[in-house]
Write a protein that binds this ligand. Structure first.
Ligand SMILES: [Zn+2]
Length: 356
């Protein structure tokens, strides 16, 4: 009887043996002399129970008087793996870990409804990770607390903590060498002094930004409609509190639809203006994230510009060669046959470029 019902051996939160069927969890109620085991639903007010004998469900009794208790087994499994990864690898930013698991999940299951369930666990990741962090310094320890090595290096394992003093106040400065180099090449430098975003028991977080002219975004920002949205963002603190988030989401959507590159700016804005007095360890991890994404973005951009310059130089050279070839024909150094053959080589290179 009921042999076709699929169940999985697992444990309760406290680690005692249990089985899962669908989204319900059963704990052991009684072991019978004949070797069969009676399980009962872990919901206290529920009387659903079943008996398993030789790894097969023999009897099922009662009906569940509650909603879904657990994630379906296969989702729960991958969620556990995700949580394991979060705490065993605290150097990797959460979104990166999440994306890896989301991709895996999508490959293996991936119905929209299941994906939605998996997406819901994303938010719990931050809580899981907080538990794996060093204890948050207390107010009286602010001048003396130690910063572990993990938090002194950036994600590329380069020195990131560049200053730490406590006389008369604790001042901690983070920057990677590559980001300082990029900053030095910027045409303008801005600073953002925030009080709310400063880690708990710190007065202020002082963030230095570099302005890179001649980028796609820099020219985009001068467009009238983008200018208007940026102005709306700046005005957010004056908007009634209960609509701030809603307005921010709306503006974000519009900016992203104009240029997806606005995404990292919006992420910065959201993570620095909507969190108050964060845990210092999470805060350091956040700025490590920024350090990494900024460096990657700048390197990509510079790579692109190099490519453009390279193409540009090649084009000038080709124009020059074509011009000289035509002169050879005009001065009758070559005949029309020879001219056409040489001309064909140019056509080939153009065709190759079109293919690419
Ligand atoms: Zn039940």
């Amino acid at each position: 009887m009921n042999q076709s019902i699929e169940f999985h051996y697992t444990t309760t939160q406290r680690g005692s043996p249990a089985i899962q069927i669908g989204t319900d969890l059963y704990r052991v109620q009684k072991k019978n002399i004949n070797g069969s085991i009676r399980y009962t639903c872990t919901n206290e007010r529920c009387n659903a129970s079943l008996t398993i004998f030789e790894n097969k469900i023999q009897i099922m009794r009662g009906t569940h008087k509650h909603g879904q208790r657990l994630l379906p087994f296969h989702i729960g499994e991958i969620v556990n793996e995700f949580r394991q990864a979060i705490v065993s690898d605290i150097r990797t930013p959460l979104p990166q870990i999440y994306d890896k698991f989301a991709k895996k999940f999508l490959r293996e299951y991936g119905s929209a409804a299941e994906m939605l369930m998996f997406r819901q666990v994303r938010a719990t990741g931050y809580r899981v990770r907080t538990k794996a962090l060093p204890p948050c310094p207390k107010k009286q320890d602010i001048a003396t607390f130690h910063i572990p090595d993990v938090f002194r290096l950036n994600l590329s394992h380069e020195p990131f903590l560049i200053h730490d003093s406590a006389n008369p106040y604790r001042i901690i400065v983070f920057a990677s060498k590559s980001s300082l180099n990029h900053l030095a090449s910027c045409s303008a430098i801005h600073s953002d002094r925030t009080f709310f975003m400063a880690p708990r028991y710190f007065k202020q977080a002082y963030i230095i930004h570099g302005w890179r002219a001649n980028t796609d975004l820099a020219s985009e920002v001068r467009e009238k409609n983008v200018e208007k949205m940026i102005a709306d963002l700046i005005a957010l603190p004056m908007v009634p509190k209960h609509v701030v988030r809603q307005r921010f989401d709306l503006i974000s959507q519009q900016l992203r639809s104009i240029n997806p590159l606005f995404n990292s700016f919006l992420m910065y804005f959201r993570r620095t203006h909507f969190t108050t007095k964060p845990n210092i360890w999470l805060w350091i991890m956040l700025i490590k994230d920024f350090d990494e994404t900024t460096t990657i973005a700048i390197e990509q951009e510079e790579h692109q510009q190099r490519q453009t310059r390279l193409r540009h130089r090649k084009n000038i050279q080709r124009d020059q060669d074509l011009f000289e070839l035509k002169q050879k024909l005009e001065k009758q150094h070559i005949d029309i046959e020879g001219y056409c053959i040489l001309l064909r080589h140019f056509s080939y290179t153009y065709m190759k470029q079109l293919d690419a």
